[in-house]
Structure formats: C-alpha cells, structure tokens
Design a protein around this ligand. Structure first.
Ligand code: NDP
Length: 255
C-alpha cells in the first residue's frame, strides 16, 4: 500500500505553485487532499482534476485568509468535505503553504503599515489560527508542515517585511513541536529558495538565468522539488524529525 493511504491532508494555497505540487505528491501517495484556494477557482479545480486523473482523491475548499472569519470558513469547508468522504473529520496532515509574497520587493523605506499588516495577516495570523483550529482534528501521529523561506537566513532588504513573517512562521514550528510531541505529532518548517511557481517572471529566460545563480545547483527550484520534501515529512518515515528547519533551497544558503 502507498505510504499515505487512508490519510487526509489540507494544503493551504494549493490552487497553484508549490501548494499545487504538494497536493499532487501527497495524493500520489494515497492521501485524500483538501485543495484550498482564495480566488482562483479554475486553478483549484484543475489541481483537483489532475489529482483525480492520476487516480488520487481531492476536493476544493475556498476561503480568503487574512480576513475576519477566513479560518472559520476554511474549517467549515474542510470538515464538510472530509465528513462527506470519510465519515469523520480527522485531519492527519496540515501544510501551511498559502502566503503572499513581494516578488519584486519593496525597499525598506517604502514598506507601508498596510503592506505590513496584510503580510502578517495572511502569512502569520492565518497559519497560527489554522494550527490552533486543527488541534482538535489532528490524531496521534499527525503532521504539521509550515512553509517558510530561505530568506530567514539570507539578507534581502527589499523583502524585509515578508521575511519577518517567515521568521514568525518558524516560531509556530518551534513552540508547537514541543506542545504536540506528547501526542506524537511532528511540526516542521520547510524553507524553499527561488522556486518556479508558474508566475510570469519564470517565462523570461534572462530573469531565470539570473535567479538560477542563487542555487548551488545553478537552476531555479521546481515546485515539485519542494513538494517532495514536504511529502517526506508527512510520511511515517519522518517520525523522528520535529521542530526542524529543513533547507529546501537547493543549496542557496551555502554562500
Ligand atoms: P503562489 O503565489 O504561486 O500561490 C499562492 C497560493 O496561496 C495560491 O494557491 C493562492 O490562492 C493562495 N493564497 C494567496 N493568498 C491567499 C489568501 N489571502 N487567502 C487564501 N489563499 C491565498 O505561491 P508559491 O507557490 O510561490 O509559494 C507558496 C509558499 O512558498 C508561500 O508561503 C511562499 O511564501 C513560499 N515561498 C515561495 C518561494 C518561491 O520562490 N516561490 C520562495 C520561498 C518561499 P489563489 O490562487 O486562489 O489566490
């Protein structure tokens, strides 16, 4: 049997990018995956269809995070979807992936309080309350994986506010790893480097060539490169790893 057979998973922000690849890899190992999205319903449907065409199981859940009631809406959809398909609401694997980024960057001088609050609302406040809300659904042996960024260890002034949110995400990992260890639940952070998420900049060869130089392997990451690391952490074989920062930057932090 596949290693995640009879497991259920929620991947936030899995309509596109790293989240989509993660949903696919978890489903390929047998998990039933809740494909969460905010706006891009067509993309979420496409993720679900791809999974189903590969013989996997998935369903879409819409919720706008960073708004009042967003986490509540997410769990209403999640619990209903799980109940319809499994008869219960057990959630084995939670991947906090949804995030807002500042791809082009904003000079530290130009960060506005509104930008700052939005970044923290989506990237920090939402995952914290998602974890809090998931506590009642996670069984013994459950998994929480929080998507951070190599930028918590690589100075990039134009992304200071974004990077601060990822520093906070890593604190969720540290403290909840301790809190949930008695229940056999692991909590880890995975830090991608520059990863092709399908956005327009990855269609510009010169831009890709420049971005590739950050990795020790001299290429940009593909979403599945990160998804495979996340998926390993979700398996039983990763039971002895908790509270960890997993560098999935393709060697970007080697200097
Ligand atoms: P994308 O921008 O490609 O996709 C973002 C996903 O999150 C989409 O599914 C989107 O849903 C969802 N989302 C965004 N905002 C909200 C919101 N307010 N409420 C609910 N859902 C939302 O992301 P990436 O794949 O690039 O990144 C995934 C994670 O990896 C993020 O946490 C990011 O910070 C991190 N990361 C990415 C790197 C990269 O180079 N790509 C590098 C380092 C870290 P919808 O499409 O429906 O709006």
């Amino acid at each position: 049997p596949m290693s995640l057979t009879n497991k259920t998973a929620l991947v936030t922000g899995s309509s596109r990018g790293i989240g989509r690849a993660t949903a696919r890899q978890l489903a390929a190992k047998g998990a039933l995956v809740a494909v969460h999205y905010a706006d891009n319903e067509a993309a979420a449907r496409e993720t679900v269809e791809t999974i189903e065409n590969d013989g996997g199981r998935a369903f879409p859940v819409r919720a706008e995070l960073g708004t009042t009631g967003g986490v509540h809406e997410l769990f209403l959809g999640l619990e209903q979807g799980l109940k319809e398909r499994t008869g219960e609401t057990t959630l084995d694997i939670l991947v906090n992936n949804a995030g807002v980024t500042t791809p082009a960057g904003v000079a530290p001088e130009d960060v506005t309080p509104e930008d700052f609050d939005r970044l923290f609302a989506v990237n920090v406040r939402a995952p914290f309350f998602i974890v809090q809300r998931a506590l009642g659904l996670l069984p013994e042996g459950g998994r929480i994986i929080n998507i951070s960024s190599g930028l918590t260890r690589f100075a990039s002034p134009d992304q200071v506010a974004y990077s601060m949110t990822k520093g906070a995400v890593e604190q969720i990992t540290l403290h909840f790893a301790r809190h949930l260890a008695p229940r056999g639940i692991t909590v880890n952070s995975v830090a991608p480097g520059i990863t092709n998420n399908g956005s327009a900049v990855f269609d510009i060869p010169e831009a890709v060539e420049q971005m590739a130089q950050f990795s020790a392997f001299k290429r940009v990451g593909e979403a599945v490169d990160v998804a495979d690391v996340v998926t390993f952490l979700a398996t039983g074989e990763a039971r002895w790893i908790t509270g960890a920062f997993i560098d999935a930057t393709g060697g970007t932090l080697l200097g």
